[in-house]
Design a binder for this molecule. Structure first.
Ligand code: IMP
Ligand code: MG
Length: 178
C-alpha cells in the first residue's frame, strides 16, 4: 500500500455540488426509464457511495447488483478479472442494466466490463459515471450519464481512494503531493 504522503485539501466538488448533481441525474434516469424496471450495477469499491445516493434519487423499481474488478499485473500486460458479488445466474439477462461507476479515466475498465456484461445478454446496458476525466482516455466509452467532467488531476473522496484511504471524505478533493 502506498504511503499516505499528503492530506487532500483542495476541494474540487463540495458535498452540496455532489448532492445537487445526483438529484438531477436521478430525475433524468427516472424519466428516461419511465414505467420500466432497472438493474443498477455498482462497480465496487469506488462507486459505493455514489451508488447509494443515486439509488435514493431514482423513482423506479430497482434491483441492485454488485461487482468488483481486480487488476493483476503479470510480466507483460495487465489483465482484469471480474468478480460478481452475487449468487445464481441469468440475473441481467433480458434486463435493462445501468452500470454505476465512480470515474472513467483511460476507459479500459469500462470497456472490459461492457464486453463481459454483454455476454450475459442484457436487454439494454448503459453507463452512469460520477466523474469523467476525458484527458486520459485511451479507448472510447459510451457514457450515457455523467456527473462532472474533471481536469487531469488525481482526486480522492466520496468513494475514490489513494492506497485505499480517503474514501470516506464526503467531498471530492485533489490529492496534493507536495
Ligand atoms: P480506467 O480503466 O483508466 O478508466 O480506470 C478507472 C479506475 O481508475 C477508477 O475506477 C478508479 O479506481 C481509478 N482512478 C482513475 N482516476 C482516479 C482518480 O483521480 N482518483 C482515484 N481513482 C482513480
Ligand atoms: Mg471504479
Amino acid at each position: 500500500m502506498p504511503e499516505i504522503i499528503s492530506i487532500p485539501k483542495t476541494i474540487l466538488l463540495s458535498e452540496a455540488q455532489i448532492r445537487n448533481r445526483i438529484r438531477e441525474l436521478g430525475k433524468q434516469i427516472s424519466k428516461d426509464y419511465e414505467n420500466q424496471e432497472l438493474v443498477l450495477v455498482c462497480v465496487l469499491r469506488g462507486a459505493a457511495l455514489f451508488f447509494a445516493d443515486l439509488a435514493r434519487e431514482i423513482s423506479l423499481p430497482l434491483r441492485f447488483e454488485f461487482l468488483q474488478t481486480s487488476s493483476y499485473n503479470d510480466s507483460t500486460e495487465p489483465s482484469k478479472n471480474i468478480k460478481f458479488i452475487r449468487s445464481g445466474s441469468g440475473y441481467i439477462e433480458n434486463k435493462d442494466v445501468l452500470i454505476v461507476e465512480d470515474i472513467i479515466d483511460s476507459g479500459q475498465t469500462l470497456k472490459f466490463l461492457m464486453k463481459h456484461l454483454r455476454t450475459l445478454n442484457p436487454k439494454t446496458i448503459k453507463i452512469c459515471t460520477l466523474l469523467d476525466k476525458p484527458a486520459r482516455r485511451q479507448v472510447s466509452v459510451p457514457i450515457d450519464y455523467s456527473g462532472f467532467e474533471i481536469p487531469n488531476v488525481f482526486v480522492v473522496g466520496y468513494g475514490l481512494d489513494y492506497g485505499q484511504m480517503y474514501r470516506n471524505l464526503p467531498y471530492i478533493a485533489v490529492l496534493e503531493t507536495t
